[in-house]
Design a protein around this ligand. Structure first.
Ligand code: CXF
Ligand code: ZN
Length: 370
């Protein structure tokens, strides 16, 4: 069939919306008509080359849609089902999955490369050239073919223009606070960077019972939004946050610090570590440029003050559990997804959406397909 998709042909190129050829789903694969796709910063990292990718590639990995066709061997999904994609597929059988760490799934790792599980491609340019799809999803497309291991079926009554957010940003941010940072009741938490991830991390910290939540971002609109999501204090920069956190916590500093900046910067890490209390934990959720090879941290103080520095992918969540769970919290009014969607776009306006993101105008932009 023919459909339309936003392709990045080479690192640095803008998204090019083109008609493509899409093959039917093969063994274990599912054809999905996209309803909505969030515009996460990682797609921009792929476009700029900060995140190494194999080009040409169809972008988008935070999506929700409706199943149109299933390939042989697909279980538990049928045409008409509403699905949200987990951006790291979960097979349910590998050592990580069976130990309850599906964000580290082996099949998910394989599919990250952008080809289907059998190493071939379903998406092709008009010239016939194969097109990869970001993390084997490619949600910047009216239709896509994905592996069943990437799909979770959700109730029909959830609005998919909100549900798409739990496919990456919300689960990643929320899980960064709840699972990776293990925020406990009464903790003091700093969230550095208030985009989609940061806004969800603030909400996760609030739901986990944090006492004080410090939001750090240079954009006043984002700090205003962070306050709406549960931040108790705000700062425009790490330099401004350091004395504020120290004073408000009476010199203890933050039990947990969560890094959710647009792009990580190794030169900031020492000051980020200083935000953490003795025995505190710093969680790195944001992507750093792949080319970055140096990070400045005092490992003496890491040892002497028994601090922890940990990374997390997909908020260390198990998306088959966490996506339906977070959607229930949304349904009950405990998780605010509505305020996270600042603007919506058509697929043709994808480059405008990213320009708005880079200008700090959006918590999340969402592409709506008609
Ligand atoms: C990224 C991680 C690297 C591949 C694309 C998605 N995570 C969240 O945005
Ligand atoms: Zn993402």
């Amino acid at each position: 069939m023919q459909t339309e998709a936003a392709i990045c042909w080479n690192a640095g190129d803008p998204w090019s919306v083109e008609t493509i050829e899409l093959d039917p789903p093969k063994e274990g694969e599912v054809l999905v008509r996209m309803v909505a796709s969030g515009m996460c910063h990682s797609d921009e990292h792929l476009r700029t080359g900060d995140l190494a990718g194999l080009y040409p590639v169809i972008g988008g990995h935070e999506g929700a849609g409706i199943v149109e066709e299933v390939g042989p061997g697909v279980e538990g999904l049928a045409p008409g089902d509403h699905v949200v994609f987990g951006f790291v597929a979960a097979c349910g059988r590998c050592p990580s999955c069976v130990r309850g760490h599906s964000s580290l799934c082996d099949v998910g790792g394989l599919l990250m490369m952008g080809a289907q599980a059998d190493g071939t491609y379903r998406h092709h340019a008009q010239s016939g050239q194969d097109l990869g799809t970001l993390v084997c999803l490619g949600t910047f497309a009216r239709h896509t073919v994905v592996n069943q291991a990437s799909c979770v079926k959700v109730f029909d009554h959830y609005p998919l223009d909100r549900a798409c957010l739990v496919g990456c940003g919300v689960t990643t941010g929320w899980g960064s606070a709840v699972y990776a940072a293990e925020v406990k009741p009464g903790d003091d938490v700093v969230v550095v960077g208030i985009g989609g991830l940061g806004a969800a991390a603030v909400q996760g910290a609030r739901l986990a019972g944090a006492e004080r939540i410090f939001a750090v971002d240079p954009v006043p609109f984002k700090l205003e939004m962070a306050t709406k999501f549960g931040a108790t204090h705000t700062a425009a920069s790490i330099d401004e946050a350091l004395p504020l956190v120290n004073e408000v916590t009476w010199g203890k500093n933050a039990d947990k610090v969560i890094c959710t900046m647009g792009v990580g910067d190794g030169r900031l890490m020492e000051r980020i570590m200083q935000l953490a209390a003795k025995g505190g934990r710093v969680v790195v959720t944001n992507i750093h440029p792949m080319s970055e090879s140096e990070v400045t941290i005092s490992l003496t103080w890491l040892t002497l003050l028994q601090k922890q520095l940990v990374g997390t992918i997909f908020g260390s969540a198990n998306f088959r559990y966490d996506i339906p769970h977070l959607l229930r919290l949304y349904d009950q009014g405990q998780l605010d997804l509505d305020s996270m969607v600042t603007r919506t776009y058509s697929l043709e306006d994808v480059n405008q959406g990213y320009a708005d993101m880079l200008e700090g105008r959006n918590i999340r932009g969402v592409i709506l397909f008609d």
